[in-house]
Ligand binder design. Structure first.
Ligand SMILES: [Fe+2]
Length: 312
């Protein structure tokens, strides 16, 4: 069993780094903290909320926009070598990060492997923290990077991987998609069925509902495509807003996500929700996201759901 502590950072390729930097800073409200070669690093954590400030939580690098990596920190840093051996033995070959690769990821140790769907996963040990606080140029009210939607080509198989090889627990299901927690937050990973691997959406938590609505009007004014919300997720109780970023990556702001505290772990029971719009939003907002559209039955719907065709 690999005891993950939390989700740490994402690394995402883009053919147009300058546009991605502008979007991450001026629109999402992240802080650009450094540029190394053809990569840009962004910070997002308020120490009052998380208790610490991760050095960075997102990297955009010049490259293939389908090249996505998700990194996790582990609870006990003494387990690093054992974790590599466990993954290797389980049929997931591990590559240890070189000193240079670790430095680029701002961590003491790193290993990488692919999950059963082919998603690039990195596990870091003793990742760097920042002594300086997060100070964004746009006040979107972000408190921290919180979770991702991760594509899966087989949700049952990948749920078993994350829950048996790792310490993820199912918080709820929506259709076949499991929402998985690794710490107290209702989900750090939501596995959405797709025909190919990759990150499906990136969530940042914001301070309150006013931030959601302020951003809703701000994004509309800036011509950013809103793809879902404002609304409220019945599963996690979070008020949310989804919008489209560079290379059609979907970003989400949310507030009020449910926490399952250690005292409740023994008695918590995951709930099954049907795959329909009301399970994604209890207020009635309809997602313009193929992975969330149960009622998408138009021409090419199956391909859109599988991510093979864009939403028309
Ligand atoms: Fe989300």
């Amino acid at each position: 069993m690999i005891d993950l502590f939390d989700i740490r950072y994402l690394r995402i390729g883009t053919p147009n780094l300058e546009d991605a930097i502008r979007f991450a800073t001026d629109i999402v409200g992240l802080q650009l903290v450094s540029r190394v070669g053809k990569a840009a690093y962004f910070r997002s954590d308020k120490v009052e909320v998380r208790g610490d400030t991760r050095d960075h939580t997102l990297v955009y690098f010049e490259g293939d926009p389908k090249d996505h990596t998700t990194a996790f920190d582990i609870r006990n840093h003494d387990d690093f070598d054992r974790i590599g051996a466990e993954l290797d033995n389980a049929g997931f070959p591990v590559t240890l990060g070189t000193t240079e690769e670790c430095e680029l990821r701002r961590t003491k140790h790193m290993m990488s492997f692919k999950d059963p769907s082919g998603n690039h996963i990195e596990i870091v040990s003793r990742p760097y923290h920042s002594g300086k606080r997060y100070f964004p140029g746009r006040d979107a009210g972000i408190t921290h990077f919180s979770h991702i939607g991760l594509r899966t080509t087989n949700p049952q198989r990948d749920e078993a991987f994350w829950c048996k090889a790792m310490n993820a627990r199912v918080s709820d299901w929506i259709g076949d998609a499991p929402l998985l927690r690794v710490d107290t937050a209702h989900h750090s990973l939501a596995l959405f069925p797709s025909a190919f691997p990759g990150i499906q959406h990136i969530n940042h938590q914001v301070e309150d509902v006013d931030d959601i609505m302020r951003s809703y009007y701000f994004l509309k004014e800036k011509g950013v495509k809103i793809v879902f919300g404002p609304g409220r997720h019945p599963l996690s109780s979070a008020v949310m807003l989804y919008f489209e970023g560079p290379d059609r990556m979907v970003y989400e702001y949310s507030v009020g996500v449910k926490h399952i505290l250690p005292a409740d772990e023994a008695t918590y029971r995951p709930r099954q929700f049907p795959f329909e719009s009301e399970s994604f939003c209890m207020w009635g907002s309809k997602p313009d996201l193929p992975e969330f559209r149960a009622d998408d039955e138009g021409e090419g719907a199956a391909e859109r759901r599988a991510g093979l065709r864009s939403v028309s």
